[in-house]
Every structure is written in structure tokens, then in C-alpha cells.
Write a protein that binds this ligand. Structure first.
Ligand SMILES: [Zn+2]
Length: 131
């Protein structure tokens, strides 16, 4: 199976690659067979990815050990394109450095291997005073 760029680009020289989700549909569930591998490739614990996906998709996702590998059991039938879309969103928001787009960041998105400390751009706060 062809690897894809973590940042979603089609640049063949891009160094950070990941596998596409391998899915198996069983009745009312979609199993992500290579969830463990995807987690490793993104440098994120499977639980964190699972939580994000579950919230974003609005479905129950359970972790299960299958053939000594952790898989994710997603409630309902889902296509590879829709799973990939949620993963893409996760990567954009939680993996890529907001400053340089390097994916070698820590789980809290505070440290980037390329930039060092990631400076958070604080949104402007306007205080509304009610009198
Ligand atoms: Zn960076």
C-alpha cells in the first residue's frame, strides 16, 4: 500500500510519511486494523487519536487487542475517505507545528523538533464590562 504524506501534500520528496488506514467492515462496525501503526507514525498514543476521532465523528470508538495489535472499532460503517478526512483534521490541529508544519511535535503541541518551543498565538481578548 502506498504511503501518503503526513501533511497531506503530494510532494514526493516530503520526508514524513504514513500509511493509509486499513479498514475492515463487520456488520455495524468499521475496524481500523492498523491503528497502532498510524499512532506510531504520527507519534501519538492511540487513546488520544481515538478520543479525537470519537468526538469529531460523534460515534463510539473502542480499542481492542487483535492479533497482538491494537485496533480501533468504530461504530457504524465508514469509508476510507471519511476516516482519512478525520485523521487529516487531527493531524492539522494536533500534530503539525502551527509555526513550521513539521510533524515532529509533542502531544501537547508545545515543542517542535524544528522550532523548539512553539509560541502560542493568543487570541485577542476583549473584556466586556456590564454596568
Ligand atoms: Zn515547528
Amino acid at each position: 500500500m502506498a504511503l501518503i504524506n503526513i501533511d497531506g501534500s503530494s510532494d514526493i520528496f516530503y520526508r514524513y510519511k504514513m500509511h493509509q488506514p486499513e479498514l475492515m467492515c463487520t456488520g455495524n462496525h468499521t475496524i481500523i486494523l492498523n491503528a497502532e501503526q498510524l499512532g506510531k507514525e504520527l507519534g501519538r498514543p492511540i487513546d488520544v487519536i481515538c478520543k479525537f476521532m470519537s468526538k469529531r465523528m460523534g460515534v463510539r470508538i473502542n480499542k481492542k487487542l487483535q492479533d497482538k495489535k491494537q485496533v480501533l472499532i468504530v461504530s457504524g460503517q465508514h469509508t476510507k475517505a471519511s476516516i482519512l478526512e478525520v485523521l487529516r483534521e487531527y493531524i492539522d490541529k494536533k500534530v503539525l507545528c502551527p509555526q513550521c508544519k513539521n510533524p515532529e511535535t509533542d502531544v501537547d503541541l508545545k515543542i517542535c523538533k524544528a522550532c523548539g518551543v512553539i509560541k502560542k498565538v493568543k487570541p485577542q481578548h476583549f473584556e466586556v464590562v456590564f454596568e
